[in-house]
Design a protein around this ligand. Structure first.
Ligand SMILES: Nc1nc2c(ncn2[C@@H]2O[C@H](COP(=O)(O)OP(=O)(O)O)[C@@H](O)[C@H]2O)c(=O)[nH]1
Ligand SMILES: [Mg+2]
Length: 250
């Protein structure tokens, strides 16, 4: 596996995660070191107003693999992921949440799965949180939202909200971009003809700070987006082109 990958890029969108991000970077280094010779960690600070910038600048001194990007203002989680993917130098990207809830030890097996299924046009491996370490209300609302989304979009993915995903950079950059698109990535990949695979992953409790999203806010934005993505699905065509290599008959 290691021979086939020149560089893997880890993309982490953060907003006010000064209490979590350093431990996560250390966890990533420990988890990736035995498997990948070359990796980079791109942290996109989306206009945080806590100490995130300072702790990251300090961390850079002992972690040369770290690349730090900062948005001038808070543009949202999807924009931060997009910035990270655009600046990534590797063609294989792994994203995870900056609060440490995703466990980076899941990344190597997801990369392996993506590569093994490359010839079948699998473009994204999606984490499915095995034992969610969130409140009861969050878990129940997430189950309902996932069921409604699957019913409408038929994306066959039971947990699109998991921040842990592994995919090809070029496949991601072909997707339509919009705020909150990160919750619909499997359906968007499928719209362009790519396949997605779900794999169970670990989930850990948030150690510092609080979730950025309220249940009602997430639901109301999600419903509007759901119909937007349905429209995109109806208007998308997976175009397969073959170049004719034989002789033209005159
Ligand atoms: N860049 C950016 N990241 C965000 C924003 N809101 C949340 N995040 C990050 O997205 C990840 C998931 O957010 P979190 O609040 O833990 O959501 P939850 O786990 O779904 O409750 C964390 O890394 C957050 O720092 C935002 O507005 N911008
Ligand atoms: Mg979280």
């Amino acid at each position: 596996m290691v021979d086939m990958i020149k560089l893997i890029s880890i993309v982490i969108p953060i907003h006010n995660e000064s209490g979590n991000i350093i431990k996560l970077i250390q966890d990533i280094k420990k988890a990736l070191h035995p498997f990948f010779e070359n990796y980079e960690i791109l942290v996109v600070d989306d206009g945080s107003n806590d100490q995130s910038s300072d702790v990251l600048a300090n961390e850079k001194k002992r972690t040369p693999e770290l690349r730090i990007f900062r948005h001038k203002s808070c543009y949202g989680q999807s924009s931060a992921i997009l910035t990270g993917v655009r600046f990534a130098r590797g063609n294989i990207i792994a994203t995870l949440d900056g609060d440490g809830q995703n466990n980076p030890t899941d990344i190597p097996k997801m990369v392996k799965l993506l590569l093994e299924n490359h010839s079948e046009n699998y473009q994204m491996i999606v984490g499915q949180r095995k034992k969610r370490q969130d409140s009861y209300l969050r878990r129940v609302s997430s189950i309902i939202a996932n069921k409604i989304r699957q019913f409408i979009l038929h994306d066959h993915i039971s947990d699109t909200g998991c921040g842990l995903k592994v995919f090809y950079k070029d496949a991601f950059l072909k997707l339509p971009c919009f705020d909150h698109m990160h919750r619909f990535l499997p359906a968007l990949i499928q719209n362009q003809g790519g396949k997605t695979l779900s794999v169970q992953v670990d989930h850990r409790p948030r150690v510092c700070g609080l979730s950025h999203y309220g249940t009602l806010g997430r639901l109301s934005v999600g419903i509007v987006d759901l119909f937007g993505v349905l429209w995109l699905k109806k208007r998308s065509k997976a175009i397969i082109v073959e170049e004719y290599k034989g002789n033209y008959v005159k």
